[in-house]
Design a protein around this ligand. Structure first.
Ligand SMILES: [Zn+2]
Length: 231
């Protein structure tokens, strides 16, 4: 085994103590470093499953040269197990990131979007915050499905910040989903807003069609992973 082979890392633990795993591919010292995160919302299991399908697809294959990927298929294992949007504290992790616009009250008073007691209060959020602070990722790519709680949005490649547009357009071609900078409702404290507008890194959020199975989604859009990694 060389250093460039896949490595499984334990990055931390959820509120209920479940291990949160990351899969590392390629050369950690290269410039083109990508972080991909799935399973942020527990009611969107396909976002975790398509990541796992990609891992088993590429684990024995050569990884693209001069690229590095850290893939976290499931950052919210407690939510996935309980089939809840939030983590075991009922916090919507995608409203818990430390963006300057973080708000303590959930959007439209809906507790499904509960942002937590303070920014980055949750252990799952802290894993991503610490990875972004300590490793120089060039781009971050979050995978969701367009599961509707209160605000419906079509499947799309959503991007934050003009620096993210080029990658979003490539992903749009790869997936057949439209690229758009506006998801249609405010998302204070989301990973995309924090990374794209404040850290000024390339930040893309793919919203897959929630009505499809993970197998169908991977078959139709699986190319997005390689396109996202190569950039
Ligand atoms: Zn989501």
């Amino acid at each position: 085994m060389t250093l460039l082979d896949m490595q499984k890392l334990v990055l931390g633990k959820s509120v209920q103590g479940k291990e949160i795993a990351g899969y590392s591919f390629g050369d950690e010292n290269c410039f083109n470093k990508t972080l991909i995160v799935g399973g942020i919302h527990g009611v969107e299991p396909q976002s975790k499953e398509v990541c796992e399908m990609y891992v088993s697809d590429i684990e024995d294959k050569p990884f693209p040269k001069d690229c590095y990927l850290l893939l976290i298929p499931c950052i919210n294992p407690d939510g996935i197990e309980a089939n809840t949007r939030g983590n075991a504290n009922g916090v919507d992790l995608n409203r818990n990131f430390p963006s300057s616009g973080w708000q303590s009250t959930p959007l439209a008073g809906n507790n499904a979007y509960y942002p937590g007691i303070k920014p980055a209060s949750e252990p799952e959020t802290q894993i991503i915050v610490s990875l972004l602070k300590n490793y120089n990722f060039k781009k971050i790519f979050a995978i969701h499905t367009n599961h509707t709680i209160q605000f419906p949005n079509p499947p799309m490649v959503n991007y934050d910040g003009e620096q993210s547009r080029e990658l979003a357009e490539k992903l749009s071609v790869a997936t057949g989903l439209m690229a758009h900078h506006d998801i249609g409702y405010p998302t204070p404290g989301s990973l995309g807003v924090w990374v794209g507008h404040e850290l000024k890194k390339i930040s893309v959020t793919v919203e897959l069609d929630d009505t499809k199975t993970s197998k169908e989604l991977y078959k139709k859009h699986g190319l997005m992973f390689e396109v996202g990694v190569i950039g």
